[in-house]
Write a protein that binds this ligand. Structure first.
Ligand code: AMP
Ligand code: TRP
Length: 329
């Protein structure tokens, strides 16, 4: 069985975009792959985080993952900080990465280009830690958004360099970006990604939004004045976004939805999308509340980190041996 791994930072609240673009795929893949999903809290502190908020977001994130259908029997789910080997391998790989490589990472480049101050050294070197996360478990595939692809490619380069220098140690990973629903757009500005950091709350649907409010957000979604329901992301980004959301949540092909709506108005489409979103969030949040109340999160994380630590320890021992840290047999 091939291995798949992904991490998500516990910063901000999860949106419908995160569900459709990422989590839904993890749930689908869990039967076919050996899956590792972790909460990337070491990455979260590359920017200043309020401890209480970090704690709340972390717990919400795990509960939402489980509520979305990740099955801890199939997936190794853990907190990155519970497996200390990540930081250890992160350092070793930092010493096998060139400054020039990190300077080319767009995320860092964008921040410096904008003249942002207070950029930490952690933010600069974090792609090395991300490489450690991936290479530790010999991941074949890393499902990520397009913005993260560059980091997975760097992980490949580091792995190849290490293998060349010390002999076969790491498997070479591949980034995996999703097809349908890879990008859900803001409801208020449908050419912009729906994002945790969006300033206009009407543009974003959080997975923990009140379902009735979420339905209203769909009702007031920005559309166009053409009056035809068809999938045309260039001319009709708002309507196309609503079609994508509906198709992702009810499993119906976009062409079939378009057929059903021939000669009908935007109001009717918005009503159906709103109702489907309402139902989806209500069911999800019911499961979320049950999981939060059940007290099972601690046990799931404990089991996940034990399994991950076992594999990570084997890998770090191998690495240490290769680089000459181990002096007794
Ligand atoms: P982020 O929220 O940027 O930390 O991303 C976490 C995961 O969700 C990544 O795999 C992203 O590609 C995915 N994601 C975030 N926002 C969206 C969106 N609006 N549409 C589709 N996927 C998204
Ligand atoms: N850097 C990723 C992000 O900002 C999160 C992440 C950390 C990750 N380690 C990873 C993703 C390993 C995939 C694999 O979204």
């Amino acid at each position: 069985m091939q291995t798949m791994l992904s991490g998500i930072k516990p910063t901000g609240r999860l949106t419908l975009g995160n569900y459709i673009g990422a989590i839904r795929q993890f749930v689908e893949y869990q039967d076919e792959y050996e899956m590792y999903i972790f909460i990337a809290n070491l990455h979260a502190i590359t920017v200043a985080e309020d401890p209480a908020e970090l704690k709340r977001n972390t717990k919400d994130l795990i509960a939402l993952y489980l509520a979305c259908g990740l099955d801890p029997k199939k997936v190794t789910l853990f907190l990155q900080s519970d497996v200390h080997q990540h930081a250890e391998l992160g350092w070793i790989l930092t010493c096998h990465t060139y400054m020039g490589e990190l300077q080319r990472m767009t995320q860092y480049k964008d921040k410096t280009a904008k003249g942002e101050t207070g950029i930490t050294a952690g933010l600069f070197t974090y792609p090395c830690l991300m490489a450690a996360d991936i290479l530790m478990y010999d991941a074949d595939y890393v499902p990520v958004g397009v913005d993260q692809k560059q980091h997975v490619e760097l992980a490949r380069d580091i792995a190849e360099r290490f293998n060349n220098r010390y002999g076969e140690t790491f498997r070479i990973p591949q980034p995996l970006t999703s097809k349908v629903g890879a990008k859900i757009y803001s409801l208020q500005n449908p050419t912009k990604k729906m994002s945790k950091s969006e300033t206009n709350p009407k543009g974003t649907i959080d997975l923990l939004d009140d379902p009735a409010q979420a339905r209203n957000k769909i009702k007031s979604a920005v559309t166009d004045s053409l009056g035809i329901i068809q999938y045309d992301p260039i001319e009709q980004p708002g309507i196309s976004n609503l079609l994508t959301i509906l198709s992702s949540l009810n499993g119906e092909a976009i062409e079939s939805i378009v057929q059903r709506y021939q000669g009908k108005g935007y109001g009717e489409l918005k009503k159906e999308v709103g109702d489907v979103v309402y139902q989806f969030l209500s069911n999800l949040q019911e499961r979320y509340r049950a999981i939060m109340a059940s007290g099972q999160i601690d046990a799931i994380l404990k089991e996940g980190s034990e399994k991950a630590s076992w594999i990570a320890e084997k890998k770090i021992r191998k690495v240490k041996k290769k680089i000459g840290f181990q002096i007794v047999k």
